[in-house]
Design a protein around this ligand. Structure first.
Ligand code: AMP
Length: 183
């Protein structure tokens, strides 16, 4: 079956054109990278999932872990392309069976993420996927969660990296790939 990604000649240029910055969202001073125009463009979005999966095609990925909500959007097609399972990382109280959880620091206050303990087999090779790498807090917490659940981290794949926020520094022990970097 063909899909629209094949019609995209210069994916990076198209992504850069589609991602739009919304100033002062959700609070004053934040330049929010809105990726929804990429989702609205079938070729651009398919090219995105293709490219993320391609970077880890030889990594023997057995499960993709991603945090709600935007992580799910990117993580699921990447898992499907890699022939891997999908591990849902959710806000507290959403998952019905036994969970592992991690509480992490935000700029103000703390947040918590949870994942089912049996999301993947012990020792499984796990790739983390998210839409945007900003300060790296969410990705770091997801890495800790995967390790706590007995997974073997193979890397983190992001659509967008806001390099000026230094999130990569919090992920020094893991391979990090991003498709679109803003400096
Ligand atoms: P962080 O934990 O700081 O790396 O970012 C947490 C999540 O918030 C990311 O997965 C993004 O979905 C979102 N996020 C943070 N900053 C931005 C931004 N400037 N534009 C768009 N999304 C962002």
């Amino acid at each position: 079956m063909t899909h629209a990604a094949e019609d995209v000649v210069d994916a990076e240029a198209l992504w850069r054109e589609l991602v739009r910055e919304i100033p002062d969202f959700p609070v004053a001073g934040i330049g929010f990278k809105d990726i929804t125009p990429v989702l609205a463009h079938p070729g651009a979005f398919a090219a995105c999932a293709d490219a993320m999966a391609e970077r880890f095609a030889e990594a023997g990925v057995e499960a993709v872990a991603a945090a709600e909500a935007r992580g799910f959007i990117f993580g699921i097609p990447v898992a499907e392309r890699l022939g891997a399972g999908f591990a849902a990382v959710r806000k507290p109280g959403k998952l019905p069976a036994a969970v592992v959880g991690v509480t992490y620091e935000l700029e103000y206050g703390t947040d918590r993420l949870e994942m089912h303990v049996d999301s993947f087999a012990p020792g499984a090779r796990v790739l983390i996927v998210d839409d945007v790498l900003a300060t790296g807090g969410t990705a770091r917490a997801t890495c800790d969660l995967v390790e706590r659940a007995g997974g073997q981290l193979v890397g983190c794949a992001f659509f967008v990296e806001l390099a000026f926020l230094g999130g990569r520094r919090r992920l020094e022990d893991v391979r990090v790939e991003s498709l679109l970097t803003y400096t």
